[in-house]
Design a protein around this ligand. Structure first.
Ligand SMILES: [Zn+2]
Length: 308
């Protein structure tokens, strides 16, 4: 008889909601719930209670994975490892996430950015299989990017902050140049194409841009500037574009064509010149990329702990 796959608890920690699940893989989610992101003590207590109740029903979890909004501390040597750090979100700055989970369940806890989590989930089960390096970018309430190199999420100094790449301000003819919506930068990707930035400039939601609206073309070209920088810096084998804004019909096609145009033949790779449709793609896991990514982080933590 096959040994049952180990049960993992997964937390997709977002700024408006936490999604918490217990399962062994994308096709085997035993239990899942959504918890409002209120104050840290309340939200973490509800998440822990859900995992405990699921464990009583389905068996103990072997590890926990958390993909979190940030910025977060990923340096294992730091006294604030496992914390959400300098977020402007009220009440959440300098909040411990890993420690309360570890002290309650005594199992390995994998912790990473929400976008690194989505990237690792896509690498394991979605549109990023066999693609290394892999980049996952989300365009929604914010803009962020996760990077996989050597099958592991890239951390480095902190973690990649692709949403804040410096790019030229959009210049749609007949429309005045926008103010950058980012409080830190005067001309960054998130400041021009996040959902709130699109709403402030055009008065429409990012996911409601009509196909013939100038906003769509402008968002596509602005994102393409970011992708060009990512392609030139990291040389990824594939780029996955997720998030609410990317659900807009026609947007990904336009991003592809602007990216090819801006690269102007310089990156002489088959994927860019002949196969852009399978190079810049939507998430294979769809809206489940985040929670499946957290599950993948938990699995990763379990495997690493067994090696140690
Ligand atoms: Zn910025």
């Amino acid at each position: 008889m096959d040994t049952p796959a180990p049960l993992i608890a997964a937390i997709e920690a977002g700024g408006t909601k936490f999604v918490v699940a217990v399962g062994s893989g994308p096709e085997d989610i035993k239990a899942i719930t959504r918890i409002e992101t209120s104050d840290p003590a309340h939200t973490m207590r509800e998440a822990i209670q859900f995992i405990s109740a699921s464990a009583r029903k389905y068996g103990p979890v072997q590890a926990i994975g958390v993909g979190s909004f940030g910025p977060i501390d990923l340096d294992p040597a730091s006294p604030t490892y496992g914390f959400i750090t300098t977020t402007p979100k009220p009440m959440w700055s300098h909040t411990a996430i890993v420690a309360p989970l570890h002290s309650r369940f005594q199992v390995p806890v994998g912790f990473d950015t929400d976008v690194n989590a989505a990237a690792i989930g896509e690498m394991l089960w979605g549109a990023g299989q066999e693609c290394d390096p892999l980049v996952y970018i989300t365009v929604g309430t914010g803009v962020g990017g996760g990077v996989i190199v050597g099958q592991q999420p890239l951390h480095g100094l902190l973690h990649p902050e692709i949403g804040h790449l410096h790019i030229p301000a959009p210049r749609t003819p007949g429309v005045i140049m926008p103010d950058c919506h980012c409080p830190y930068h005067k001309s960054c990707l998130e400041g021009f194409i996040s959902g709130p930035a699109i709403a402030a400039r055009w008065g429409i939601k990012g996911e409601d841009m009509p196909a013939d609206h100038p906003a769509l073309e402008e968002v596509a070209e602005t994102l393409a500037f970011g992708l060009v920088n990512v392609i030139l810096t990291l040389s990824p084998k594939r780029i996955i574009l997720g998030g609410g804004v990317m659900k807009q019909a026609g947007l990904i096609e336009s991003v592809r064509s602007h990216t090819v145009r801006l690269l102007n033949g310089y990156v002489n790779a088959h994927a860019i010149i002949y196969a852009i449709d399978s190079y810049i793609v939507a998430p294979g896991l769809g809206d489940r990329a985040g929670i499946c990514g957290a599950l993948a982080l938990g699995l990763n933590a379990m495997v690493e702990a067994r090696k140690a």
